[in-house]
Design a protein around this ligand. Structure first.
Ligand SMILES: [Cu+2]
Length: 176
């Protein structure tokens, strides 16, 4: 009789492990500016247009500590005018991870005097995790070719559902 508990426990544990690994695989880390990182010479408009930011993804700002910083701005107006004083969050240290925990637009700039004006700012628009990665039809200049990024959202979701279904079935089988 006691064996049943272990089976249940095993089933649940297996389920949790797979769910967690799936979660980890689905979340993407976006190193802001790519290999160039966070500096004045990178064109962040071009960089961000080639990325799809989904809820759960993370931004990673890599830069020389002391030289730059990361300031999150509260509005499009502040972003456009490089108004650092209206910051909602400020980070430094050279390696900052920012989690994109909900859909919407966020604005980041460098806090070092003059850098934002030189183009060291980026606007990040996050979409729902399950949203199709195709750019919205209304947006202009979506010249991005079918990118060769590894994630295929639809098949990934399908695999996820299949996996969960299979695990539930196995758990049931083990229990009864
Ligand atoms: Cu800077």
């Amino acid at each position: 009789m006691e064996g049943v508990y272990y089976k249940v426990l095993f089933g649940v544990a297996l389920f949790i492990v797979v769910m967690m690994s799936e979660e980890a695989a689905a979340a993407t880390q976006h190193v802001v500016g790519g290999s160039q990182g966070w500096d004045e010479s990178t064109d962040y408009k071009t960089w961000s247009s080639g990325q799809t930011f989904k809820v759960g993804d993370q931004l990673v700002f890599k830069y020389t500590a002391g030289l730059h910083s990361v300031v999150e701005l509260g509005s499009e107006t502040a972003y456009k005018s490089c108004d650092i004083t209206s910051s909602v969050n400020s980070l430094n240290g050279g390696n900052n991870v920012v989690k994109l925990n909900k859909a919407g637009t966020r604005y980041f700039a460098c806090g070092t005097s003059g850098h934002c004006g030189q183009g060291m700012k980026v606007k990040i628009t996050t979409v729902a995790a399950d949203a199709a990665s195709s750019p919205s039809s209304s947006s202009s200049s979506s010249t991005s070719p079918p990118s060769t990024t590894s994630d295929a959202p639809v098949s990934h979701l399908f695999a996820h559902v299949l996996m969960v279904t299979l695990l539930v079935a196995i758990s049931m089988f083990l229990v009864f």
